[in-house]
Design a binder for this molecule. Structure first.
Ligand SMILES: [Zn+2]
Length: 479
């Protein structure tokens, strides 16, 4: 190896950034065209495996060896490693998932699996969740490998000049259904593939405008989930003689009691987030933020409506309390038979500190005198995650955002949904949501997740890739 080889550029300058952007867009479009939906489509089983193999081939093109893991037939994940000289500490993990939720094409402006480029956007399922970050990670790895090859080195075996720690890459299957056949399996069976000083993952570092200021929430925490099945018992009978204890009538009352918003509670992350907002927002808006957390739901709703777009308001509302969403109801066998049983499924999302047992207790409290008629069964529990924001990696993410948008404010935040971060938490790897994008004012980014017409702006990506590259280099090539 040539020890004198010059390190890769610490920042992407204009020409290199333009070339990398073009590669990013084409990589993203190619990924969208592989319909790696989860649950797998019976008409095209193994599409996650197809995506994993495509990614492995893209890495191989750049001289980067990778391993495709297939713990369950058709569910493919791909892992790779770029070497540093090891003087900078433990590796950085670039984490992503290659599966997407299904999309029925009828309601879409563009075919969700065509990867169309139109009106300044890349369209398709996965454009923001999260093939955009998969593509960014691939472009960064390929750039670093190309630099090594240009210096006469082999990125498969030689350290990349200038890299002081390894960069791990893991793009996994099954995240959209809990990750047990993707990152969960890797953490259980091959943890060394993902053990790192820290990980960068989806959904953070995305420009968000509140009361005229631009914030960049960096995800350091996420809510957990507890799915409960509630069986409501009534009495069977003849539909010609209505009964008050018709299980559907009882279930309606159960749902009414469960659907009321609960009391707000601030986790450590959300306290830091709200304090950060208050400190930055001008007078009245700052005071309004304080009111959000004051505990009066009417004040909270009024403030959120004034300051946020509806999707931001829904997210903030959810981040300040344990939530219950009754999403499935089964009852009845025939129109003239009074049902004696109804079954509900509740999607409960819990804050750090709320256990499955505590959530069950909340449900019973709300049910009150209806509890006698109900049996609660916990179907699945995923613990909440709260990562330390006081780490060198987090501070680098903040500093990088500030350098690329001097008027923007990075803030630690919690996500209302779960990601694969919960699996990394089991081996103590702090995971930060960091997929930087600069959005147009008014873009309701959160509604694109799992939504119709999912898309990502070319300009948002043009800003994001150099930010991502810069953050990676600061952490891995810094002094
Ligand atoms: Zn995702």
């Amino acid at each position: 190896m040539d020890a004198s080889a010059s390190p890769p550029p610490r920042r992407l300058e204009a020409d290199a950034a333009a070339r990398a952007h073009a590669e990013l867009v084409e990589t993203l479009r190619a990924l969208i065209r592989i319909p790696s939906v989860n649950p797998p489509d019976p008409a095209r089983p193994g599409a996650e495996m197809e995506a994993a193999r495509w990614i492995a081939a893209t890495l191989a093109d750049a001289g980067i060896p990778s391993e495709v893991l297939e713990p369950v037939a058709g569910r493919g994940s791909v892992v790779a490693r770029l070497r540093g000289d090891g003087t900078g500490g433990e590796p950085l993990l670039l984490l992503s998932h290659l599966d997407v939720v299904p999309a029925s094409s009828g309601a879409w402006t563009h075919d969700p699996f065509a990867g169309d480029l139109a009106d300044g956007y890349v369209w398709g399922r996965g454009a923001v969740d999260m093939k955009d970050l998969v593509a960014m990670e691939l472009v960064v790895l390929r750039l670093l490998a190309a630099h090594a090859r240009a210096a006469g080195l082999d990125p498969a075996t030689d350290p990349i000049p200038g890299l002081r720690r390894d960069i791990l890459f893991a793009c996994t299957a099954d995240e959209e259904a809990g990750g047990l056949e993707g990152l969960g399996w890797i953490v259980d069976h091959r943890p060394d593939l993902v053990r790192a000083a820290g990980a960068l993952n989806e959904s953070g570092g995305i420009a968000t405008r509140v009361a005229g200021k631009t914030f960049y929430p960096i995800q350091v925490a996420e809510k957990g989930f507890a799915v409960f099945r509630v069986t409501v018992r009534g009495t069977w009978g003849h539909g010609s003689m209505p009964r008050d204890d018709n299980a559907v009538v009882l279930a309606a009352e159960v749902i009414r009691r469960l659907s009321k918003p609960g009391a707000p509670r601030q986790s450590a992350t959300m306290r830091a987030f709200i304090d950060g907002l208050m400190a930055e927002l001008p007078g009245a808006a700052g005071h309004a933020v304080r009111a959000i957390a004051g505990g009066d739901p009417r004040v909270e709703a009024a403030v959120l409506e004034r300051m946020c777009d509806p999707s931001q308001a829904r997210a903030l509302h959810a981040l300040l309390r344990d939530t219950i969403s009754p999403d499935v109801i089964h009852a009845g066998v025939k129109y003239n038979v009074i049902p004696g049983e109804a079954v509900l499924e509740l999607d409960c999302r819990v804050l750090p500190g709320t256990t499955a047992e505590a959530m069950r207790g909340q449900l019973l409290d709300r049910l009150g005198d209806m509890a006698d008629r109900c049996t609660l069964h916990l179907v699945i529990f995923g613990p909440p995650v709260e990562t330390d924001a006081d780490t060198p990696l987090y501070r680098i993410l903040e500093a990088t955002i500030r350098d690329h948008d001097p008027d923007g404010l990075p803030l630690p935040v919690m996500a209302p949904f779960a990601t694969d971060a919960k699996h990394l938490a089991r081996i103590g790897v702090p995971c930060y949501g960091f997929s930087p994008l600069l959005l147009e004012p008014g873009e309701r980014y959160l509604e694109r997740f799992h939504g119709v017409d999912e898309r990502v702006g070319l300009e948002a990506l043009r800003w994001g890739l150099p930010v991502f590259y810069d953050a990676v280099m600061r952490f891995c090539a810094g002094e």
